[in-house]
Ligand binder design. Structure first.
Ligand SMILES: C[S@@+](CC[C@H](N)C(=O)[O-])C[C@H]1O[C@@H](n2cnc3c(N)ncnc32)[C@H](O)[C@@H]1O
Length: 323
């Protein structure tokens, strides 16, 4: 594993904007939950800038937690780090001695893969380097990308590729996977990349980007149950916020952003039954949306940090107690 050069390769995405939004909720202290601690880039900034806050940092990746723990050692009396999926946020609050509702001032979710996970070629996230077909964010989890390719039925493979990768040639790729695995089970990313070059017509490659991009994304989402985890985590994160508390969510693919958009829209709509002329007391919206649409990184941030290119940020503030 190459951990040299750790600081320069990791730049927290939309840091200034996340601070602008979460800062007002944190100036007088309280708890910040960083549900995707990663290498602790955002966390370090908030701990340094707001000396009265306490941070609860979650990550499913044990190696990320270890490295973030080292980085955040100067703040060790103000942090609790928990190895968990973010859908267990309520339980993690319990571990830190807090109730699951109305107990935190801010939540940050910077979704997706970390730069470390992408850089560590042996974890198999990058299609550009030949590596074992692993893609587990949590190295202690069971299912790997190779397991998906070697054991899923044709129908399930095609569904995963189409739903999570938005891959036009999902059926054709699934057929080729099933045919080739009978001769030799899949174990390396090069085997899969070769198949994708053969299965995706050359003419569409000119417009569709690298032929492996969508299939690798789909496998990663499936292996890590990314969308199910997010769908379960967002309501728990919103429930955890006190009135005046704020949440920032950064997504890196449209399926995630769609989930975030829907959940925030639903929780910021009035709870008064449709047709009543006035808002019933205690039935107004629980949240106010703080971003107009999904905010993107600026051209100059993308130039400095190309991994910021796909980011879509949404944020909200709790304005009412839960009904
Ligand atoms: C983009 S990185 C976060 C980077 C971090 N904000 C920083 O500044 O260093 C995303 C992190 O979220 C973690 N992650 C992804 N899905 C998760 C889940 N369902 N539960 C917990 N952690 C998750 C990944 O392991 C990864 O370390």
């Amino acid at each position: 594993m190459n951990h040299a050069n750790q600081t320069p390769r990791h730049v927290p995405v939309l840091l200034a904007r996340a601070d602008e939004i979460l800062g007002p909720a944190l100036v007088s202290g309280g708890v910040l939950v960083d549900a995707t601690l990663g290498l602790g880039g955002h966390a370090e900034h908030f701990l340094r800038t707001y000396p009265a806050i306490r941070l609860i940092g979650l990550d499913r990746d044990t190696e990320a937690l270890r490295l973030a723990g080292e980085r955040l050692r100067p703040f060790e009396d103000r942090i609790t780090l928990v190895h968990t999926r973010y859908d267990s946020l309520a339980e993690a609050l319990g571990t830190a001695g807090l109730p699951a509702t109305a107990s935190v001032r801010a939540v940050l979710m910077d979704l997706g893969v970390s730069s470390m996970q992408l850089d560590e070629s042996e974890r198999g996230f990058a299609y550009s380097i030949d590596a074992p077909l692993d893609m587990r964010m949590d190295p202690t989890a069971e299912l790997t990308a190779a397991d998906v390719l070697n054991t899923y039925s044709h129908g399930d493979l095609a569904r995963v590729l189409k739903t999570y990768g938005e891959e036009r040639f999902a059926g054709r790729i699934a057929s080729e996977v099933v045919r080739r695995r009978q001769q030799r089970p899949f174990s390396t990313s090069a085997q899969l990349v070769e198949l994708l070059y053969d299965a995706i017509p050359a003419a569409t490659r000119r417009t569709g980007g690298h032929p492996a991009k969508r299939t690798f994304q789909a496998l990663r989402v499936e292996v890590n149950r990314e969308l199910e985890s997010l769908e379960a985590a967002l309501p728990a994160a919103l429930d955890a916020l006190e009135v005046g508390g704020r949440i920032v969510v950064m997504s890196y693919q449209s399926l995630e952003d769609k989930v975030v958009k829907q959940v925030l829209a639903q929780r910021s709509a009035s709870r008064t039954p449709v047709g009543l002329p006035v808002e019933l007391p205690g039935m107004g919206p629980e949240f106010k949306i703080l971003t107009r649409g999904a905010e993107k990184a600026s051209a100059s941030e993308i130039e400095d940090n190309p991994r910021a290119a796909p980011v879509r940020m949404r944020a909200a503030e709790r304005i009412e107690e839960a009904g």
